[in-house]
Write a protein that binds this ligand. Structure first.
Ligand code: G4P
Length: 529
């Protein structure tokens, strides 16, 4: 029997990531979330004025770090008796397959929407990935301090476009210059907003009951009247929160606020810690592994190479699935069938990298990798099993790669295959010619690949444009149909870095025609390692 402390450690973990479109406010929210996490960590030791002082200096520290773009890949902090792990999802130029794969390593997501804009393209794409595991989603409508779209319309858009019922937990009172705060539906409280307090944890004024005269006094009788009417409508029309539907990824609790004004971020954290699941079971090929199993297990979902030539270390990020990591423990690297002693794993307490003494299911640890670890690798305490659900994602951008010195073709191929095993990029070799096509999810990856080819494999390569719109992994249970398909579609077929057959489509129209024409062939957007 596992002891109670061990069970408590695991059950208090909440591991999540933020999904959003660039500029919706992910970075700002992350800063505020850490502000709450850190401040609470020190609450009790510093009180009153001192605590806001403390919070402020933390915030400035973060701003400094933001300027030099530290790799805040994982941030761990305590909140509400929980230990929260927030995994970063690179979003701007650094958007990549890693962003997608990180979403396979969390138990819940926070979706941030710019309330002036509504559901945007990147959010749609990331939501598609969360669907692979029916991940529970908490929603934050951000930037209420600006003129926004009608809140009801925003909920309708989420419901229609993302196929998720919306259950508002808070409701905004005005927006833009008239933003006065939110009504907390579950607590029947009006929480008032004060602008210009974003750098600190605010002492907010809370009024019990929407019909309270104090509300009328605080926000004026006209606004109070219209808000009361609106809330009555919302209570009648919107979905009520239902935990089961939330855990099934079918319903999302919705919060409103402003990250910049640090208003509403604590409400989301309360929702996340209260409702989001503790570390979930994970499937292997043979069985589901439960987080509270005593034996340690985990899988690698991301490998980060340091581009700084002075620190050429690579870190493999491992999600601990079950049990506990302890310094100097022995683990089995299942794919290699090898037992290794890990004494220098890193953890990420509030963004600082430090040596891990211990880590529990739900946590992320970083392993120093000297080239032996690949994305999707499973580590256990002896059991030969392999976690599934850490796929490759079909690239969305393609370029032909060519050598400056044609004699180094072999090194180029070797480098590309290794970089693809690491998840940096994908490589495709068409059956009909000797081209090498590099595919990526984000544009920065192309630069990363040429830089690393040069420094690590001593080959100088350049890109040429190529008209490829997308790629799909192809397979079929019907051998004769597959042979026929391979013959007819030969010109569009290629092998990826792991020799898997892939259909390379010059246009989306071409892909859709092929899917129609060969109904016995599966065209897959993801491929398991
Ligand atoms: P991202 O990581 O999702 O890309 O977004 P980020 O937090 O960097 O926010 C994008 C811009 O939106 C930033 O302004 C940020 O200050 C602003 N922002 C975030 N939350 C709010 C909010 O609640 N209200 C308002 N009014 N603005 C918000 P910027 O001018 O592009 O960058 P910066 O120079 O201020 O950092």
């Amino acid at each position: 029997m596992a002891n109670q402390d061990f069970l408590n450690e695991i059950n208090k973990r909440r591991t999540f990531a933020i999904i959003s479109h660039p500029d919706a406010g992910k970075t700002t929210i992350t800063e505020k979330v850490l502000l709450h996490g850190r401040a609470i960590q020190t609450a009790g030791s510093v009180k009153g004025k001192g605590s806001s002082q403390h919070a402020k200096s933390d915030w400035m520290e973060m701003e400094k770090e933001r300027g030099i773009s530290v790799t805040t890949s994982v941030m761990q902090f305590p909140f509400n008796n929980c230990l929260v792990n927030l995994l970063d999802t690179p979003g701007h130029e650094d958007f990549s397959e890693d962003t997608y794969r990180t979403l396979t390593a969390v138990d819940s997501c926070l979706m941030v929407i710019d309330a002036a804009k509504g559901v945007e393209d990147r959010t749609r794409k990331l939501m598609e990935v969360t669907r692979l595991r029916d991940t529970p989603i908490v929603t934050f409508m951000n930037k209420m301090d600006r003129d926004t779209r009608d809140p009801m319309e925003l909920l309708d858009e989420v419901e229609e476009e993302l196929k998720m019922a919306c259950a508002p937990v808070t409701w905004p009172i005005g927006c833009g210059k008239e933003f006065k705060g939110v009504y907390h539906i579950h607590r029947d409280e009006v929480i008032l907003y004060q602008s210009g307090q974003g750098h600190t944890i605010q002492e907010v004024r809370i009024i019990k009951g929407i019909d309270n005269d104090a509300v009328t006094q605080a926000i004026g009788s006209v606004l109070a009247e219209s808000v009361r009417e609106e809330i009555e409508l919302v209570l009648g029309a919107a979905h009520e929160f239902d935990k089961e539907l939330f855990l099934a990824g079918e319903l999302t609790p919705v919060y409103f606020g402003t990250a910049l004004g640090n208003f509403g971020v604590d409400h989301i954290l309360e929702g996340l810690t209260e409702w989001a699941p503790a570390p979930m079971p994970r499937a292997t090929q043979d069985r589901d592994v439960i987080a509270t199993e005593e034996k340690f297990s985990g899988f690698v979902f991301k490998i980060q190479a340091n581009m700084d030539p002075k620190h050429r270390d690579r870190i493999a990020f491992m999600r601990v699935v079950s049990g506990k990591y302890e310094k100097s423990m022995k683990m089995r690297h299942v794919r290699l069938g090898k037992d290794v002693t890990i004494s220098d794993a890193v953890t990420f307490m509030a963004g600082d990298r430090s040596a891990a003494e211990e880590a529990y299911a739900g946590d992320i640890i970083g392993l120093h990798n000297h080239g032996t670890i690949q994305i999707g690798d499973t580590f256990t305490q002896g059991e030969d099993m392999k976690f599934s659900g850490i796929p490759n994602f079909a690239p969305e951008m393609f370029r032909r790669i060519r050598l400056k010195d044609p004699l180094k073709q072999k090194q180029l191929l070797k480098g590309l295959v290794q970089l693809s095993e690491e998840g940096a990029v994908q490589v495709f070799r068409p059956l009909r010619n000797n081209d090498l096509i590099v595919g990526a999810v984000g544009v920065l990856q192309f630069e990363v690949v040429t830089a690393r080819l040069k420094s690590e494999y001593k080959v100088e390569a350049i890109y040429e444009s190529i008209s490829v719109a997308t790629a799909r992994w192809v397979e079929s249970d019907n051998t004769s149909k597959m042979i026929e398909f391979e013959k007819k579609a030969y010109d569009n077929l290629a092998l990826d870095g792991g020799d898997n057959l892939t259909y390379i489509a010059p246009t989306m129209v071409n892909l859709n025609l092929a899917i129609e024409r060969y109904p016995d062939v599966n065209f897959r957007k993801t491929r398991e390692h």
